[in-house]
Design a binder for this molecule. Structure first.
Ligand SMILES: Nc1ncnc2c1ncn2[C@@H]1O[C@H](COP(=O)(O)OP(=O)(O)O)[C@@H](O)[C@H]1O
Ligand SMILES: O=C(O)[C@H](O)[C@@H](O)[C@H](O)[C@H](O)COP(=O)(O)O
Length: 194
């Protein structure tokens, strides 16, 4: 009895040490309105870290994509299944210890709460494995960039509604997007200390 108790304590200590030694993966969510540079910066950042890159655009249903193509803003109900799928993906990455940069508009506080606070089941409160980075820029700058962007379904007419829906995050790393892409990537890495 005494022996088996000792063994089980020893085993628990080993499991604890093993957990501490395995470096836990991280998810960086790059958020901001359409045209703020989430995909461009996200790919560069993921490349420079040798992490996976994922674009939340790819999680939208064909119906959502068609709506945005026609210049109709998504409703709360349109976004719910999309956010649900993104939450499932984040859980999967965390469980499989994958480092991922995710480009995702995450315009409202409630969406961020859903993705950041409710995705990491092992976290008691806020997950420290999911980092949020806000790509911040003026309407005029982003409008100019959207006018120059081609091969994208998103109608530039939606920029007004994107800004109307946007709730700027507080107490979050906020990066000025007026800089060249490589400078932005370096600023994000510096801010996150990675
Ligand atoms: N820092 C930057 N400087 C100049 N152009 C940029 C910068 N970031 C993005 N762009 C350009 O702006 C447009 C929108 O960027 P994109 O990455 O598609 O934004 P989002 O994914 O947020 O919609 C693209 O044509 C992209 O090449
Ligand atoms: O919630 C939304 O209204 C959309 O998610 C939107 O914010 C997102 O930005 C689009 O997917 C367009 O794609 P781009 O951001 O790449 O333009």
């Amino acid at each position: 009895m005494e022996r088996s108790l000792k063994f089980s304590r020893h085993f628990n200590n080993l499991t604890f040490l093993k957990k501490k030694m395995i470096k836990q993966s991280m998810i960086i969510i790059l958020m901001g309105v359409s045209g703020s540079g989430k995909s461009t910066i996200g790919k560069l950042l993921a490349d420079s870290l040798q992490w996976e890159f994922s674009d939340a655009d790819a999680f939208h249903s064909p119906e959502n994509v068609e709506k945005m193509r026609r210049g109709i803003p998504l409703s709360e109900a349109d976004r719910m299944p999309w956010l649900q799928d993104l939450q499932t993906a984040i859980r999967h990455w965390l469980q499989n210890n994958k480092n991922v940069v995710l480009a995702c508009s995450a315009l409202k506080d409630s969406y961020r709460q859903f993705l950041l606070l409710d995705s990491d089941r092992s976290a008691n409160a806020k997950s420290d494995r999911i980092k949020l980075v806000y790509l911040k820029g003026s309407y005029e700058l982003i409008q100019r960039r959207l006018q120059e962007r081609s091969n994208h379904y998103m109608s530039e007419k939606l920029l007004n509604s994107q800004f109307d829906t946007l709730e700027e995050p507080l107490n979050t790393i906020s990066i000025d997007i007026a800089q060249p892409p490589q400078v932005i990537v370096q600023n994000i890495k510096t801010a996150l200390r990675i």
